[in-house]
Design a protein around this ligand. Structure first.
Ligand code: S3P
Length: 165
C-alpha cells in the first residue's frame, strides 16, 4: 500500500475530500500546508511575505519527509506540482490523484476565509492560476476525478473505486 497524493487547484476540495477518503480507507491523513505551518511555526501568509520561494522550499522539504511515513492520504498545496522534484517524489511513493474543478466552483468554495489564507489570490485570480496549471495537473496525475456538483463523500468514493480499495 502506498500514499494517495491529492493534487489540484485551490478550492478543488483536496483537504475535505482527503479527510473523508482517509476515513473510508482507514489510512492516516496528512495536509502538506498544515505540515509546512507546523514545521516552520509560521503561517502560510507570513511565509509568502518572506517570498514565495521560502514557502516552496519548506513545502518541498515536507514532501520529501513524507516519503518515510506509513501509507497516507496526502492533500498537497495547489502549487506543489510546479516542482518536478516534488512530482518525482510523489510518483515514486504512490498514486497521484488530480481533483479537477472549474473557476466558479473554486471561487465559491474559497469565498470567505479561503481568500485570506491564500496569499497567491491577492495577485492572481483562480482563473489565471487554473489556466497556468491545468495542463500540468492533467499531465502529472495518474487519474483525474471531477469534483464539480459532487459532495466530498461521492468524490472520495470515486477515488476509492479508482484505487480499487
Ligand atoms: C497554493 C495553494 C495553497 C497553499 C499556498 C499556495 C498554490 O494550498 O499551498 O497558499 O500555489 O496554489 P491549497 O491548494 O490547499 O489551497
Amino acid at each position: 500500500m502506498q500514499h494517495v497524493w491529492l493534487i489540484g487547484m485551490m478550492g478543488s476540495g483536496k483537504t475535505t475530500v482527503g479527510v473523508t477518503l482517509a476515513d473510508l480507507l482507514d489510512m492516516p491523513f496528512v495536509d502538506t500546508d498544515a505540515e509546512v505551518e507546523a514545521s516552520s511555526q509560521t503561517t502560510i501568509p507570513e511565509l509568502f511575505a518572506q517570498g514565495e520561494s521560502v514557502f516552496r522550499e519548506i513545502e518541498s522539504t515536507v514532501i520529501g519527509a513524507l516519503i518515510q511515513v506509513p501509507a497516507s492520504v496526502i492533500a498537497t498545496g495547489g502549487g506543489s506540482v510546479l516542482s518536478q522534484d516534488n512530482v518525482e517524489l510523489m510518483k515514486r511513493s504512490g498514486s497521484i490523484v488530480h481533483l479537477s474543478v472549474d473557476v466558479p466552483t473554486a471561487d465559491k468554495r474559497l469565498d470567505g476565509d479561503g481568500m485570506q489564507t491564500r496569499p497567491l489570490l491577492s495577485s492572481s485570480t483562480t482563473s489565471q492560476l487554473l489556466e497556468q496549471r491545468q495542463a500540468l495537473y492533467l499531465e502529472v496525475s495518474d487519474v483525474t476525478i471531477a469534483t464539480v456538483d459532487k459532495d466530498p463523500g461521492t468524490i472520495a468514493q470515486e477515488v476509492a473505486t479508482w484505487l480499487d480499495m
